[in-house]
Design a protein around this ligand. Structure first.
Ligand code: ZN
Length: 167
């Protein structure tokens, strides 16, 4: 039988949450309630650090409001991250639209995410800032499940599906 402490969120637990995410003005940015809960491995950096911190010590079934500053969320906005590029940068057969995310290479050859924020003729505006950068985030969370991670999940740094497979 599982002890009570096995239902408390701490590093090494696989946690499933439902959440509604709102910005400072109360506008809804995201809502998981229509689908499967979000599952993550606590303490592994799978979710933004401010949310992870706010959930530490909470129990299965608990409702939690977590406020996350940009520093502990998707980062502060860096104006230098906004750039204009020519449409030619992309292959012709790729559809480009505002809001699309793609991978670019930084100077070290590492893949970094970039978002298209505007398309004006042959000019694209791209942004290396996450769309939620600079925002204080308000999460209303319901803790749907807390269980011990398997050794394999801890080794991989993420949760696996019910049959042990990758999501
Ligand atoms: Zn894995």
């Amino acid at each position: 039988m599982a002890s009570e402490s096995s239902k408390i969120i701490s590093p090494g637990k696989v946690v499933a949450i439902h959440f509604v995410l709102r910005d400072e003005q109360g506008s809804e940015l995201d809502d998981s309630s229509g689908g499967e809960p979000i599952r993550y491995l606590h303490g592994a950096g799978n979710i933004v650090s401010g949310l992870e911190e706010g959930l530490t010590g909470k129990r299965m079934g608990e409702k939690v409001h977590v406020q996350v500053t940009p520093e502990n969320g998707f980062g502060v906005r860096d104006p230098r991250g906004v750039q204009k590029v020519s449409r030619d940068t992309f292959p012709d057969d790729v559809e480009i639209f505002p809001g699309m995310e793609f991978g670019a290479e930084d100077e070290d050859g590492e893949s970094v995410p970039v978002w298209v924020t505007a398309v004006e003729g042959d000019q694209l505006t791209i942004d290396f800032n996450h769309p939620l950068a600079g925002k204080t985030l308000h999460f209303d969370v319901v803790v749907a499940e807390v269980r011990d991670a398997t050794a394999e999940e801890i080794e991989h740094g993420h949760p696996h599906g019910p049959g042990g497979e990758h999501d």
